[in-house]
Design a protein around this ligand. Structure first.
Ligand SMILES: Cc1ncc(COP(=O)(O)O)c(C=O)c1O
Length: 415
């Protein structure tokens, strides 16, 4: 029977975690040489089951830190290495890896909210998360109020004695509007509620929400953390005692756990996260400035540009401005047809945070109908950032000059 091998990692964390840099953590944290073979790179342990002690419990109720690996839905050596690496990068005590970002968000909602309780949710968030609040959560008796998290008075007014969770994304998908995490955490805690921050767009290289007062962090690992567009995954990070309960009560029972193969792919991607994020941010800065100077581009939103409405907050809260930007042209739907056919380096596709650049057109009218059911004031704020529609561009790690040239030849066909 194999015990969980924590000693190498515990020693590493104790000795180095406080003193070593993010690049060293990205490479080493969470990993351990294989004790049987000495292999330096992590193994992929695909076994779904593990040789058990004769008195091992068949119910997850008895699970604790000392329980050996029993069944991969409960815990797996490869997934555990990824979880420890993620916790180290975010500066959190603990992490649960999930099959997708949406599985992590669902687990957080199921754990935090019950019938009669209240969720305050960012009015603009990743579409599937936003859409959960229209039917699924109300059907369970959970009340939801959507607020523009950039408006702290709107947030304060939305909170009720039943509010248990405040949920926001920063920068948010697709607008790139920011939430002031410190200010929102203060409001949440004064009301006895928890704050969860989806930090997928920022990554731990730009922002560590826990250090700013958030209680939980969400990542779609499918994006920058995996970084190569070949593995879907998600993560929820936070305090060890609560996450141990969430794992037992929700993650293991609802079952949306990460496969060891995807954990291995994502962990390999994460080793180069600091290097990639530097390239993403440098590239996005160059492409954003190029687009802002283009005569056919009417608006560019990038947190790193002085023209971003919350540039000062971005400078305070983000150590780099990541790789996401949006731009607008006069006739977006027509331009989408042209760009989808003409771009050679940039792929016209959904998703983001991959090493390849990706662009996709998001028409405002459609999104307001399908995903974001907003008040007139919230809709006005949405349109203030997005006009009638935006191209969401995830700037990859290619040479920025090549991306600008690709956009140049694509946009030339519009004139
Ligand atoms: C900000 C954000 N959060 C969560 C998700 C959901 O992640 P996944 O597709 O891994 O379920 C996405 C997906 O695009 C996202 O952009």
């Amino acid at each position: 029977m194999l015990q969980r091998e924590h000693s190498y990692e515990e020693n590493f964390m104790r000795e180095f975690n406080q003193s070593c840099g993010i690049r060293t953590l990205a490479v080493h944290a969470g990993e351990e040489p294989d004790t049987a073979t000495g292999a330096s790179a992590p193994n992929i342990v695909m076994s779904t089951t593990f040789i058990a002690a004769p008195d091992a419990s068949f119910s997850v109720e008895g699970l604790d830190e000392e329980t050996p690996f029993i069944y991969t839905r409960w815990g797996n050596p490869t997934v555990a290495q990824l979880e420890r690496k993620l916790a180290a990068l975010e500066g959190t005590e603990s992490c649960i890896a999930f099959a997708s970002g949406m599985a992590a968000i669902s687990a957080l909602f199921f754990y935090s909210l019950g019938a009669g309780e209240h969720l305050v949710m960012s009015d603009v968030a990743y579409a599937a998360a936003a859409e959960m609040t229209h039917e699924l959560l109300p059907r369970l008796g959970i009340r939801v109020t959507k607020v523009n998290m950039a408006d702290l008075d709107e947030l304060r007014a939305a909170i009720t004695p039943d509010t248990r969770l405040i949920y926001t994304e920063t920068p948010c998908n697709p607008l790139l509007r920011l939430t002031d995490i410190t200010a929102v955490a203060e409001i949440a805690h004064a009301a006895g509620a928890k704050l969860a921050v989806d930090s997928t767009f920022a990554t731990p290289l730009a922002t560590r929400p826990i250090s700013l007062g958030a209680d939980y962090v969400i990542h779609s690992l499918t994006k920058y953390l995996g970084g190569h567009g070949d593995a879907i995954g998600g993560a929820l990070l936070g305090p060890a005692d609560e996450l141990a309960l969430m794992r037992k009560k929700v993650a293991i029972r609802t079952g949306g756990i990460l496969s060891p193969f995807n954990a291995w792919l994502i962990m390999r991607g994460m080793a180069t996260l600091p290097l990639r994020m530097r390239a993403h941010a440098e590239g996005a800065d160059q492409v954003a400035r190029y687009l802002e100077s283009h005569p056919l581009v009417t608006r560019v939103i990038y947190p790193g540009l002085p023209s971003h409405p919350q540039h000062e907050l971005a400078k305070r809260q983000m150590r780099n401005f990541s790789g996401m930007l949006t731009f607008q042209v006069a006739d977006g739907p027509a331009a989408a047809k042209v760009l989808a056919g003409r771009l050679k380096v940039i792929h016209y596709a959904v998703s983001l945070g991959h090493h390849r650049s990706l662009v996709f057109y998001l028409p405002t009218g459609d999104l307001l109908t399908t995903s974001f059911h907003l008040t007139p004031a919230q809709e006005a704020s949405y349109r203030d950032y997005a006009g009638d529609g935006i191209f969401r561009l995830s700037v990859g790690i290619e040479d920025p000059e090549d991306l600008c040239a690709d956009l140049e030849q694509g946009l030339a066909a519009l004139s």
